[in-house]
Design a protein around this ligand. Sequence first.
Ligand SMILES: *Cc1c(COP(=O)(O)O)cnc(C)c1O
Length: 389
Amino acid sequence: MSQPIVYLDCHATTPVDERVLEAMLPYFREHFGNAASKTHPYGWAAEAAVNLSRETLAIAINAEPEELVFTSGATESNNLAIKGVAESYFSKGRHIITAETEHNAVLDTCKYLESLGFEVTYLPVQADGLVDLSELEKSIRSDTVLVSIMAANNETGVVQPLAKIGALCHERGVLFHTDAAQAIGKIPLDVQAMHIDLMSLTAHKIYGPKGVGALYVRRKNPRVLVAPQLHGGGHERGMRSGTLYTPQIVGFAKAVELALAERETEARRIGQLRDRLWATLLMAGGIHLNGHPTQRLYSNLNISIDGVDGQALAIALRQFVAVSSGSACSSSKTAPSHVLKALGLSDELAYASVRFGIGRFNTEDEIEWVGQQVIETIRALRSVPVAAR
Ligand SMILES: *Cc1c(COP(=O)(O)O)cnc(C)c1O
């Protein structure tokens, strides 16, 4: 009898919600037009759907529809935001501030800009994963043009104090970009109240399709300039050329709409599952929670386990649960997570870590079963004599 593999990797991606798929299908079939075709109803139908989707997204983050640029996902949005601002504000300054725990789409973009002569400060974080606001303030210079700090971390779920960071940036006349790929639909986001100038979004972490996202670009107080990184037909007010992918955009908006409508019930239900899993795992003893205990996404549990080998743990877990672990099983050269290292973990504990991402379609029974299996796994691994590990 083959065991089911329970999916608990919702920070990597999520299944598409049936309701999202249903909303998308007409835009593959009868409404296949190009949203830029102005001369016939096929184009008009696509354009109308794109406009409605843009409005839904704008309402979700308290922005104006014209402030949203559709992209292929948060990787592209991060690239567009950071490179686009660096290029546009080149003569004002060449210093960017980010944090050590950012997603690689931010870190590698910053490294690329360093190779072009920009200067980047990579802020360390505190042991709980939060950015130290006084450190941030001290790192702002007269030539700083952009601060890029993520909303919620993809490994630990740690939620940064966005409103405080934004207020500080605006006081000092620096633009604030946030990667909200993990946060949209899960925590309230308000670009006005939080003083956010640019925000990266994606659909596939909230039961939408892969390959679509957006970048919010502030148009007023201040008006933010973003140099395009894709040139062509001048779509998206010149910031991002390319025929709009109507079905994906419609699915993205539907996913956001559902996430907002169900946010509170979902946060409660999934939060309870997460807490239950944590309570179960604690019974194994020698388990550490990575990241802030409360300033984190309700869906996230990231733990390190004493006395087990990271590689053996990863191999054992993949028999029954889909999770991310600190040690990707077979690849010969894995580095420990840069996020967990930034929180001060030893290599050993960073390798012996597991990220659980619980989602909309997980059940109590699954969580209960996985919890028991993980405990048994830990006990079995710990019973192996050290020399044999
Ligand atoms: C998933 C993720 C990304 C990348 O998003 P894509 O849409 O897959 O390109 C970027 N940042 C964070 C924080 C993420 O979780």
